[in-house]
Write a new protein. Structure first.
Lengths: 163, 106
């Protein structure tokens, strides 16, 4: 079984995720403002997305393949590669914080531990990555609130009409 | 009396802490809206509004009022002059710092 097989489960999850992103994005735009990143920052994000996604999917498929030249180790390449990709993406885009290193480092170590014998561990790897994303998101939000104040901490009434 | 060094004189319009914060934030992005500037500078609505007006009058920022999802939204970006002046200001500050650290200046 590949990652999130059957395929419709993966596609369904991706759609739910995309739908959830809209209200989340709206919340942050309304309470913390809108900003257009500099060209350099946009380039960094684009490079990570363009290079990172194919590398993750390609390397993950390669490592899980049953071909003779594939990895024959009881590791979880999906979790390990996802963790590496996230560490690289965060480092390049916004800079690593302690909680990023701890959470994604833990997922990386867990993925590389030789305990993944038996059935294909890809789906468990994706679940691990999902839990890590949620945990990272909560801690990122807490950091944002500590730095810029809570959503209710700013008098936003007619703020946009200022100047 | 020491000689006046014009190269080390700071631009008062930019050097005011709130305006320096606004211009520095704007110099790191393409544009930002009023709420983002309020969050990052910690200024009140009235203060931010007043400083933005001064910066706009000086031609350092461009303010665009628009509607986003039917709500008024004020978007701010540095003008070419603003980019030049804030970059020059930071160079001046660096010069001033190196001048104060230079041997024999104490």
């Amino acid at each position: 079984m590949g990652p999130a097989t059957p395929t419709w489960v993966f596609l369904g999850a991706a759609l739910v995720l995309a739908a959830a992103c809209l209200p989340i994005s709206h919340y942050y735009n309304e309470n913390y403002g809108r900003v257009t990143l500099s060209t350099r920052q946009q380039m960094r994000v684009a490079v990570v997305a363009v290079i990172g996604a194919p590398v993750f999917f390609g390397a993950s498929l390669l490592a899980r393949s049953r071909a003779d030249w594939s990895l024959d180790l009881p590791v979880n390449p999906t979790a390990a590669l996802f963790a590496l990709l996230m560490l690289a993406a965060v480092a390049v885009s916004v800079g690593l914080r302690a909680h990023h290193v701890i959470i994604w480092g833990a997922v990386l170590v867990a993925g590389l531990l030789p305990v993944w014998d038996g059935a294909d561990p890809s789906n468990i790897g994706l679940v691990l990555a999902g839990v890590a994303i949620v945990a990272t998101g909560i801690l990122d939000h807490r950091l944002l609130v500590r730095t810029f104040g809570s959503a209710k901490g700013l008098d936003l009434e007619n703020s946009n009409a200022g100047a | 009396m020491p000689e006046r060094n014009d190269e080390l004189i700071l631009d008062r319009l930019i050097h005011e802490p709130s305006r320096l914060a606004i211009l520095t934030v704007l110099s790191s992005v393409i544009d930002a809206d009023f709420v983002f500037l309020q969050r990052t500078t910690g200024l009140t609505k009235g203060n931010l509004s007043s400083h933005l007006t001064k910066l706009e009058d000086a031609g350092l920022v461009e303010i665009v009022k628009r509607f986003v999802r039917r709500k008024p939204n004020t978007n701010v970006a540095l003008t070419a002059l603003g980019k030049k002046r804030i970059a020059h200001h930071w160079v001046q500050l660096e010069r001033l710092k190196s001048f104060s650290e230079a041997p024999g200046q104490k």
